[in-house]
Structures are given as C-alpha cells and as structure tokens.
Design a protein around this ligand. Structure first.
Ligand SMILES: Nc1ncnc2c1ncn2[C@@H]1O[C@H](COP(=O)(O)OP(=O)(O)OP(=O)(O)O)[C@@H](O)[C@H]1O
Ligand SMILES: [Mg+2]
Length: 461
C-alpha cells in the first residue's frame, strides 16, 4: 500500500489473522497488500499467488474493484467462492485527506469448513443412536421386563409389584435371597423398566475380584497409576454406568476397605480414579444383591453398619422356592420351552406325578436347581425318545425325598425321623401298588396285621 511503512503492513497482517474470517486488503489499484491465511485458503491459492497480485487474478468474481470505483459499502453480501458459502462485508479505505486509497473485504464462513463436516457427523451419529435406542427399547420393552419373572404365589406377586413400583424411582435397592432365587433377574428387570432403561446396566461381581483389582474395576485408573496401567487410563464401572444402573452383586463379599470407598461414592456421587486427582461425578442408580445375611455380617464386624443403612433403603427379599412350591408348575412351564430350544429337544409334557415329586423337594438351590434338574430330566427322556417327563426322569429326587424328610426333621429325635421314613415308604409303596394292601405288605416284608396297624397309626388307610 503506497505510503504504508513495511513494518505497519506486517503489523496489520498479524492483526487480521482469524480462523473464521477471511480478510483481504487491496490498494487503490486493486493489488492485494494484506491477506490472512483464511482468505488464502478460501481462494485456494498460495500466499505468493495472492500477495501483490491484482485481485481479479486472484479471484475473478471479486467485488473489490467495484468498491474502489464507487466507494460503496457492502454489508453482509452473500458470496460463493471456491465451493464455500461466505458472507462478505466490503468497504473502502480513505486517507485523512479523504482520498480513496484502498478497500477491505471480510468474509465470514457460512459453512465453517470442518466444523460443518463435524456437525454433520454429530447429526448422523445422533440419528444412529436414536435408531439403536429404539431397537433396544423394542427388545427390552418394559412390559416384558417383569414378565420373565415367573411366579403367581402371593409372596412373588407382592414382590413383583413392589419391584415394579420401585423401578420408577431412583432409590437404591437391596435384593436379598438365597442362591438361585432370581436376584439378578430382579435387578435386570428393575433397570429395564426404569427411566434409565436406555442407559447402561453394569454388573460388578464384588466376590470375584481381589481387593486391589476391585478398586480400579469400580473407579477406573489414570494413565501411569501403576505398572501395567493402560495408556490413557481406563474408566471404571461407575463411569461406564453413568446415567444407568450399577449392579453390585455379592455385596456381602466386598472387602471392608472397599466398603469405605463405596460409602463415600454413595454419599457424594463422586469419586477419584486410582492415581487420579480430580473428582469424577456420576449419576448412577445402585442395586446391590447378596445371599448373605448382612445384619449378621454387621454384627460380626465384616460389613460396615453405615454402608448397610445406606443400602437398606428398599429391600426386596426373594423367598426361597420351598416357600412358594405352588409356583413350580408355572416355572416348569416357562423353563421347558427355553431348555428345549437350547438343547434342540422336544419334551413338552410333565406328568402330574413328576410335578408332585418336584413339589415335595426342598430346593436348596432354588430356581437354578430346578433348571438344572429339568435339563437333566430332558436329556434322560430324550435318550429314550420320550416326550413326557415322569418321576423316573428325576432319579435324584426320588432318593432325595428321604433326605428331605431327614433335613426337615433335623433336631428331632431319631425315633421321630424313623417314623417319618416309615410313613413315607409305606405311602410310596401303597401308591405304587395302587393301594393294594396285601401287595404292599409283601413288598415291605411286613405281616398284614403289622401293616394295618401302621396304616392306622399314620392315618394312611
Ligand atoms: N422367578 C423366576 N422365574 C423365572 N426364572 C427364574 C426365576 N428366578 C430365577 N430364575 C432363573 O434361575 C436362574 C438363577 O437366577 P439368578 O441368577 O437371578 O439367581 P441369583 O439369586 O442371582 O443367584 P446367586 O445368588 O447364586 O447369584 C436364572 O437362570 C434365572 O433366569
Ligand atoms: Mg446372582
């Protein structure tokens, strides 16, 4: 620019650098004096092809010569250039004598280049996410959630309706019950029918990990937290469960020092990664489960009382199967098709005698044990091409029945137990012989009159 000291041109050149706006200054003859990198990028040339060159040679649709000619000011003029959409403001420059000495063009990106591509990518991802959320929603549609939990006994019905209600709140839930009663099933169902259903359900088995691993598993670690720590660190289960539910399974087995850390998270909803310094905030719902009696553990000093009270907000105590034997036919009905599908078998019926047998057992392993026994029975039946399960397909139960009597009668005298056994044997043989007393006496090796006496005693006649 005529009369501009070269240092001044440099200063102006530095001043006009701006990643979002292309700026060009021409002298009164239309030669480029200053152009910032963004402008050079817009016109798609090199610096040497722009600086000192006539503006129409730089970009053939430039409006700057018109400004030099007319002294007009153009504000927010739409200007497509080199595939970009731009909004341009142009104005003339005058010296203090009022002579026109040049013109400036400032172009604002409408498309913002990479930002636009990025915005499109985000929009595409959001669309994809919405699609998958819908897909997940249809798979885990809430109305099916509690339906997978079979049970019409009053205990189960009450428990299910309580779980359905509590699912809607964000309350901490403690699920207790013997092994195999369905604690995990309940935890899943609560999450799936809660407002958090579209966010993660993350299970942590507190019993499976040694203490030092449990901490980084739960809270994650920063890069370099310990030898072997992964580059970039690793998020813990609490972070992964953000906005969703964390399921702390077997919480009764959590080591005491970890219990203290967990308590802090429950209180503050905030924690630090292992080796980290800044707190991480999370929004998670907590469901814990155990087959231990936590109150006893508290008394024994193995479980922190304060943590117990924190967890003990809503308690779902799942009754053992032996306390809801009336659910057995329904459970069998629900489990059989699942097993047939998995085993590729077609055993669809269960005799009423077999159901009676199942209803007499005391089920220490609860529903999981029922599933296992049914699987074994299906295999036995399938070997003989039988479509129906009968008592003979449950050999362990027939033996177990006697054990049951003994277990049920634990603490009673030997004479009591022997009587129970005697009664049960007579009852079974009677049934076997279709209540033929002579045959029963013969099979049991008893004299007829002895049998009659016993039938009377046990009220079996
Ligand atoms: N009410 C029920 N209806 C249908 N299936 C059930 C029911 N309860 C349990 N099950 C099935 O029994 C098995 C054991 O259930 P689950 O794993 O939830 O038990 P759990 O209480 O967590 O046991 P553990 O304490 O041993 O971990 C699973 O296959 C589950 O699907
Ligand atoms: Mg479990």
């Amino acid at each position: 620019m005529e009369g501009w000291p070269s240092d001044f041109v440099q200063i102006v050149a530095a001043l006009v650098q701006n990643p979002y706006m292309g700026i060009v200054i021409v002298d009164k003859n239309g030669y480029v004096t200053v152009a910032n990198d963004t402008y050079i990028h817009i016109v798609g040339k090199t610096r040497d092809e722009v600086i000192g060159k006539y503006i129409m040679d730089v970009t053939s649709n430039s409006q700057l010569p018109k400004i030099l000619e007319t002294g007009e000011v153009h504000i927010a003029d739409y200007w497509p250039c080199n595939g970009h959409d731009l909004i341009v403001t142009r104005f003339p420059i005058y010296n203090k004598e009022g002579d026109l000495i040049g013109a400036v063009g400032k172009s604002l990106f409408l498309d913002l280049g990479d930002a636009k591509a990025l915005a499109k990518k985000v929009a595409d991802l959001e669309e994809e996410l919405a699609f998958y959320r819908d897909a997940i929603k249809s798979v885990f549609s809430p109305k099916y959630c509690f339906d997978v939990i079979v049970g019409k006994s009053s205990k189960m019905a009450r428990l299910k309706s309580m779980a359905e209600q509590v699912a809607q709140t964000g309350s901490t839930v403690l699920i207790t019950g013997e092994s195999g009663t369905g604690k995990e099933l309940f935890a899943h169902s609560i999450h799936r029918s809660s407002p958090r259903a579209h966010y993660p359900f993350v299970r942590v088995n507190c019993a499976a990990l040694p203490e030092h691993l449990l901490e980084s598993e739960l809270f994650g670690y920063e890069e370099g937290a310990f030898t072997g720590a992964r580059k970039g660190g690793k998020p813990g289960k609490f972070e992964l469960a953000n906005k969703g539910t964390i399921f702390l399974d077997e919480i009764g087995d959590m080591p005491l020092p970890m219990q203290a850390k967990l308590l802090t998270v429950l209180q503050e909803r905030e924690f630090e990664r292992v080796g980290g310094t800044k707190p991480v905030r999370v929004d998670v719902r907590i469901i814990a489960a155990t087959n231990c009696n936590l109150e006893n553990l508290v008394e024994q000093g193995k479980f922190r009382a304060d943590l117990y009270y924190r967890l003990n907000v809503v308690v779902l105590d799942i009754p053992p199967l032996r306390e809801r034997l009336e659910d057995i036919p329904l459970l069998v009905q629900a489990i059989l098709p699942r097993l047939n599908q998995r085993l590729n078998t077609n055993v669809t019926n269960v005799s009423s005698e077999a159901i009676q047998l199942l209803r007499k057992y005391h089920w220490p392993g609860n529903v999981r044990e029922l599933e296992n026994l049914l699987e074994r029975a299906i295999n036995l039946a399938d070997l003989n091409n039988e479509k129906q399960l009968t008592a003979k397909h449950f050999p362990s139960l027939q033996k177990q029945n006697i054990e049951n009597i003994l277990i049920d009668k634990k603490g009673e005298t030997l004479a009591d137990a022997v009587e129970q056994l005697e009664k049960e044997m007579i009852r079974q043989v009677l049934k076997q012989t279709n209540y033929n007393k002579a045959q029963t006496a013969k099979l049991l090796g008893l004299h007829g009159s002895v049998l009659y006496r016993k039938l009377k005693k046990y009220n079996l006649g």
